[in-house]
Write a protein of this length. Structure first.
Length: 480
């Protein structure tokens, strides 16, 4: 614990939704919901205007539409959000060498390590300066919490929302926490909170009065002891500049359960390609390939395979994920698939071709064995060889090494016409930059406006109009 509030926590305000409002003048001051738009999509972020209707993060999108039917529902633009995040993180880096990013829109900063603050007055000045710099650079607002520990700084930033700054003086932590719900403490989620409620503990002061022994009895040694310390306001965790990623993964939830084994294999390999793309973008390789399958009855299975060395080769990851899929029964239907890589390293196994050939041989051997024991419809699927099923990339691209090219009809899984996702950027030869408001029955509706313009006009085109193309996101703040 510190004697001065020199730990800063920044949390951007409704980040995804705010970025969309800033880039689309017609949406400013209106409810905006960003997330997956399919029947099984969930809310990623809701603007403050949408939150007034009860919409919040992680809510099923169908429920959000019932609560706020007139809101704008948009698909996330992660590359756009990442570019803004990089600008914000650069500003944080000017304050201190110790910046601990938690996500695209959230981070801790050790102001003392940067020499910009050593007491309450200088810490507050640094926080206000940061908020002004973020607004000038990105056009967005962020809330700042300042305290003597990470836990209290995060609580302070939550109290500062939206677009504010709250400083909590060291020494006042216990008084601040006492009347609050136990859910305010890190590590106390719905399940733990309910467990404590049944034991008669609903506020932080209840935890202190119960004592460490009782919390250890209820929650176990590690969790109980740490919770007792946090309830008293103690948190000596340092700000860590480098947070090593433990894994990289991607997953998709499908609007309709998948039953076709070949289609499921195709989706797994497509996810493997995307996962490797993220892996390479992070500068890592990994040893353990993980497959996640959520079945029709919501049961979730996870299977993993550890390779001889770390790799970022798409063929190796694709083959490993395919082998893992062979061990999972999907006959009842699949609603979600995911592929991940863990055991990350910053180097790659050199003998990739040998590793890929070994994977190819193991897959072929497994397929032959399955074919020999196959019976009925399931057996018919099992007899398809690994090389015949393979469909790397988005539309049946050739696979590395000696693998065959997949024979997948392009129209088997994807519409022939281009898909225009709501909220995504477009550019028209005549009308310039705009964004997709919606599409269907062969038409796409576009609003033409820029971040610094007045709300723009809406026009409708055929989805295959040659003068309409996907566009690049424009900066939120006009330079020059």
């Amino acid at each position: 614990m510190r004697a001065a509030p020199t730990i800063l926590h920044l949390d951007m305000d409704a980040f995804f939704a705010a970025a969309e409002q800033a880039s689309k003048p017609s949406l400013r001051g209106k409810p905006v919901v960003v997330g997956g738009l399919g029947p099984r999509g969930v809310v990623a972020t809701a603007s403050y205007e949408a939150r007034r209707f009860g919409v919040h993060s992680a809510m099923p999108m169908g429920q959000a539409r019932r609560l706020a039917p007139n809101a704008a529902y948009l698909v996330p633009r992660f590359s756009f959000y990442r570019s803004i995040s990089e600008q914000v993180m650069e500003l944080l880096g000017r304050l201190s060498p110790l910046v601990e990013p938690l996500s695209l829109d959230e981070a801790f900063v050790d102001l003392d390590a940067g020499g910009v603050a050593d007491d309450s007055a200088s810490a507050r000045a640094a926080g206000e300066r940061l908020r002004a710099d973020i607004l000038a650079t990105t056009g967005l607002t962020g809330s700042v919490g300042l305290a003597g520990s990470k836990m209290i700084a995060k609580i302070a930033s939550e109290e500062a929302k939206p677009d504010g700054l709250v400083l909590i003086e060291p020494g006042t932590e216990r008084e601040l926490l006492a009347p609050r719900s136990v859910r305010i403490l890190p590590g106390v989620g719905p399940a733990t909170g309910e467990h404590l409620r049944r034991a008669g503990m609903t506020t932080v002061s209840d935890l202190v009065e119960a004592g460490e022994d009782e919390l250890v009895r209820l929650l176990g040694r590690a969790h109980g002891a740490s919770l007792y310390l946090m309830a008293q306001g103690y948190d000596d965790r340092p700000v860590v500049a480098e947070r090593d990623a433990k894994s990289v993964s991607v997953e998709d939830t499908f609007d309709v359960d998948l039953h076709d084994r070949v289609r499921i294999r195709f989706e797994v390999e497509r996810l493997a390609e995307r996962c490797v793309g993220r892996l390479r973008a992070s500068g890592h390789s990994g040893r353990t390939i993980v497959l996640k399958v959520r079945r029709f009855d919501f049961s979730t299975l996870t299977r993993s395979e550890t390779l001889r060395g770390p790799t970022d080769d798409p063929g190796v990851v694709r083959e490993a994920a395919g082998r893992l899929l062979e061990a999972v029964d999907t006959t009842g239907g699949v609603r979600l698939l995911g592929v991940g890589v863990s055991g990350l390293a910053d180097y790659t196994q050199e003998d990739l071709f040998a590793q890929a050939e070994a994977a190819e041989g193991e897959a072929a051997h497994a397929a032959e064995g399955a074919a020999g024991a196959a019976d009925g419809a399931v057996g018919a699927v099992a007899t398809v060889s690994a090389s015949e099923e393979r469909a790397g990339g988005d539309a049946g691209a050739a696979v590395s090494g000696a693998s065959a090219v997949a024979s997948v009809e392009p129209d088997a899984h994807e519409p022939v016409e281009r898909r225009w996702a709501p909220g995504h950027d477009v550019r028209h030869v005549v009308y310039g930059a705009g964004w997709v408001q919606g599409s269907g029955v062969g038409r796409v509706t576009v609003r033409f406006e820029e971040p610094w313009s007045e709300p723009g006009r809406v026009r409708t085109f055929a989805v295959d109009d040659p003068e309409l193309e996907p566009g690049e996101a424009l900066p939120l703040v006009r330079r020059g």
